[in-house]
Design a protein around this ligand. Structure first.
Ligand code: MUC
Length: 96
């Protein structure tokens, strides 16, 4: 099942720089792992914002929740999730 996910990162200004950098690095490693497994199918930076637009390909809402809530930056992200289904005019076989 596909989900459109928007993540806006808001790291508090009083979080020590080393802690913030460690979280960003851990997030990067985890995001790359999830892309390799296919669960995190697309990852795009939103121009001009510390935010991304992503497409996740997972079994359902519970798996998506488990993934998102275990991301290192989860406590500092505002996340919006939109479930997707196939568009009848899509020419892409992997849209499902
Ligand atoms: O930078 C972000 O958008 C937040 C998060 C998502 C992937 C990643 O590496 O960090």
């Amino acid at each position: 099942m596909l989900f459109h996910v928007e993540m806006e990162v808001r790291i508090p200004h009083d979080l020590p720089t080393e802690r913030a950098d460690a979280l960003k690095q851990a997030e990067r490693v985890r995001a790359m792992e999830l892309q390799r497994t296919g669960a995190w199918r697309h990852l795009w930076r939103v121009a001009g914002r510390y935010a991304n637009v992503s497409i996740f390909d997972v079994s359902g809402a519970q798996e998506l929740h488990d993934i998102l809530s275990s991301l290192p930056l989860f406590p500092f992200m505002e996340i919006r999730v939109t479930p997707l289904c196939r568009h009848p005019s899509s020419i892409h076989d992997d849209d499902r």
